[in-house]
Design a protein around this ligand. Structure first.
Ligand SMILES: Nc1nc2c(ncn2[C@@H]2O[C@H](COP(=O)(O)OP(=O)(O)OP(=O)(O)O)[C@@H](O)[C@H]2O)c(=O)[nH]1
Ligand SMILES: [Mg+2]
Length: 684
């Protein structure tokens, strides 16, 4: 339906740990609301939101997918996001353009690593949050235990708004505590009309209803007074107070059900209308002040047939089809032809989007993720989307000779679509490098290129982004003198190197007194040093964490030049570096592996042999989450090992922690290898 009133819109991102049932829940909500006619499944690859072939093959979401439905005369935009940490870029972006985050939890595993991370992110963004404890039909599912854990680990503001009737395979339905009515499990059909709360859960329902009402009235003084006087408050009053409390984060409702059976959908849909603020109630604070239409592009889909599709949130004004806008970043004019309403992979055309709505447009010339489109050209701040740095680099090359051009174009297109895929050339080896968030992230990118662009690309052993730094202060001179016939070359400088604690950054301090080196030549010394630092002498890795003091030098009134001082700077740096006790630094990752209890011993032993340091273990529901700190070089190809150690039942994620010194015996090997490579390159 075309919406004209922002107060009738709800924008919700469905987020959570990998595999908790987000896609299945979105499928159920669409089905229950009548936006679709059947309940698709992840297993059969028939869900609306996991429409991509790669998602179906791997049975997991790999990118955000936009869907919408109509409920109680509201348009609800749902963004189904991937739970895997390797594909978080879309999730991060989605959280910037919505008012409500619907967390989905696995009722067996409870609060998982990614649940906590996303919770903190949403808290930082001040988003209204709701939780749905899913999979209550599974063996060992425990709603009340999970609720307790949620209240302990996430926030004590979390309170049940639904409770299950029965559990595991005896699960019969859910009670909606806000309206005090029950839904019986539709077993995959549409949920029917609510029924009276069954007698066997009546007491429990009354108990949790009281907790819910207490939590809500506590946030509203006037309501609290009436409640104390009269003993109860009306449903409408409660609903109004609930929304205000959810907006302020003082109450976080926790619902429950079984996504794959469509149990709990009605109560969740009602809740989205009743508890999530509309864009009119809580304007998105992205710092954009515009007179006319302003649309913020938070996702770009590269389609070889439809071209590029930009997905945006309207921050202000109305955006109509057949209109002109300006891209604030490039100042380029863009022609908005057809506006699109997305339902997974399907699009239908529409005439306009009002403020607060989320929609898409195709065939813009140069608009990308993170861009702001305005009706009139005006200098405004573009909201910045901050994505994590990619951590895993692979050298890539086309399988077939002659495909270089095609491969490069395809790689560029994909990197445009995903800001956490970064393409660059290795200065040292000349290789093309593709960096991503995880091994799977990069593998999926290569699969996509093959399918969408028909180019076969090979991945080579990933490279570890080593760094170099110094541990001692040192001093050296760099003197460059050349006399060839006419005018000669002369530059001379003395520098002191000091380690910067934390091994980070670079500073250049000009300590020259008098004019021993003229002002004009000093930047050249700095430039020569920085160029040398780009490839350290140990292993050709960038040097970091160094303060350079330029302390002395001399010049020649005729022969000195910028070039000569640049070379002198470089010579001084090389000499001082050697004396400064240089060391190699390696990235240390935080590894979180969830494995079956009986595989814990084998996995820990393996991590130990890879220089891993165990940081904690949390058993829960037959699975144990192992946390460890481990050098990146040891887990470049971890997925195969974990699969064989756990019989395919293990899962893991890696995030960058910090740089640390490489132990001497290992550093020695890396240094020798680099030397050999260098010599080979020279010889050939
Ligand atoms: N028994 C049971 N299985 C469920 C339920 N919800 C989802 N599943 C199954 O759990 C698996 C993961 O479901 P998805 O919907 O793909 O989970 P997701 O959170 O979207 O996963 P990612 O997108 O990869 O993070 C699928 O095999 C689903 O069929 C549920 O309520 N009960
Ligand atoms: Mg999914």
């Amino acid at each position: 339906m075309p919406v004209t009133d922002p107060s009738k819109i709800r924008n919700v991102a469905v987020v959570g740990h990998r595999g908790t049932g987000k896609t299945s829940l979105v499928e159920a909500l669409l089905f229950q609301a009548g936006a679709t006619n059947r309940l698709g499944t992840v297993e059969a690859g028939t869900t609306v939101s996991d429409w991509d072939e790669d998602e179906q093959k791997r049975q997991m979401s790999l990118s955000a997918s936009l869907c919408h439905l109509e409920w109680q005369d509201r348009k609800i935009n749902l963004i189904d996001t991937p739970g895997d940490p390797g594909f978080q870029a879309d999730t991060i972006a989605a959280l910037r353009v919505i008012e409500g985050a619907l967390f989905v939890l696995n009722g067996v595993a409870g609060v998982e690593v990614q649940t906590t991370r996303l919770w903190e992110r949403c808290e930082g963004l001040g988003l209204s949050r709701l939780l749905f404890v899913n999979m209550l039909d599974r063996e060992r599912a425990d709603f009340f235990g999970t609720l307790e854990q949620i209240r302990e680990q996430l926030s004590s503001s979390c309170v049940a708004i639904q409770i299950p009737i029965g559990q595991e395979h005896e699960l019969k339905g859910v009670v909606d505590l806000l309206h005090m009515r029950a839904y019986l499990s539709p077993e995959g059909e549409r949920e029917g009309q609510p029924v009276d709360i069954p007698g066997d859960v009546a007491d429990q329902a009354a108990e949790y209803r009281e907790k819910l009402v207490d939590a809500i009235v506590e946030t509203d003084e006037a309501l609290m007074e009436r409640y104390l006087e009269e003993g109860d408050v009306s449903g409408d009053e409660l609903a109004a107070a609930l929304k205000d409390a959810v907006v302020r984060g003082e109450v976080v409702p926790v619902g429950c059900g079984v996504a794959t059976k469509n149990l709990g959908s009605t109560a969740v849909l009602d809740l989205l209308v009743e508890a999530v603020p509309s864009p009119a109630k809580k304007p998105l604070d992205l710092g954009v002040e515009a007179d006319g239409a302003a649309a913020f592009v938070f996702k770009t889909i590269a389609d070889p047939f439809a071209g590029r599709i930009n997905v945006f949130r309207i921050l202000a004004g109305d955006l109509a089809s057949d209109s002109n806008v300006v891209n604030v970043r490039s100042h380029g004019k863009e022609r908005v032809g057809q506006l699109l309403v997305l339902q997974g992979k399907d699009h239908t055309q529409t005439e306009k989007f009002v403020a607060g709505d989320i929609g898409a447009v195709s065939k813009l010339k140069e608009t990308m993720t993170g861009d702001l489109l305005l009706a009139s050209d005006k200098p405004v701040d573009v909201p910045s989307l901050q994505f994590p740095q990619p951590v895993m680099s692979f050298a890539v090359s086309p399988k077939t000779k002659g495909d270089e051009e095609k491969a490069a174009t395809a790689l560029r297109r994909l990197a445009e679509e995903d800001p956490t895929l970064v393409l660059r050339r290795d200065e040292q080896t000349g290789e093309q490098l593709l960096a991503g968030m995880s091994q799977m992230h990069v593998e999926v990118a290569i699969d996509r290129i093959k399918r969408r662009f028909g180019v076969d690309i090979e991945l080579h052993q990933p490279r570890v982004p080593y760094l170099e730094t110094i541990r001692k202060e040192s001093r050296a001179q760099g003197r460059y003198k050349k006399q060839t016939g006419g005018r000669g070359q002369f530059g001379d400088c003395h520098i002191v190197l000091e380690p910067i604690p934390g091994h980070e950054g670079y500073e250049f301090v000009d300590k020259i007194v008098g004019g021993v080196i003229p002002q004009g030549f000093r930047p050249a010394v700095n430039k020569g040093i920085q160029e040398t630092m780009a490839r350290g002498e140990l292993a050709g890795a960038p040097v970091q964490g160094v303060r350079v003091l330029l302390v002395d030098g001399s010049y020649h009134s005729v022969d000195s030049s910028e070039m000569a001082f640049k070379i002198a700077g470089s010579m001084a740096f090389k000499a001082a570096y050697e004396k400064a006790d240089p060391v190699l630094l390696e990235p240390i990752m935080s590894l979180e592996a969830t494995v079956p209890d009986d595989a814990v011993g084998a996995v820990n032993g393996d991590l130990n042999s890879r220089r891993g340091r165990l940081a904690g273990m949390e058993p829960r529901g037959g699975m144990t989450t192992i946390k460890a700190e481990i050098p990146m070089s040891e887990v470049l190809t971890y997925s195969g090992s974990l699969t064989s150690l756990t019989g395919g039942r293990g899962d893991y994620s890696l995030t960058f922690l910090r740089y640390e010194e490489v132990p001497t015996h290992i550093a020695q090997k890396i240094i020798e290898e680099t030397r050999r490579e260098k010599e080979e390159a020279k010889a050939s």
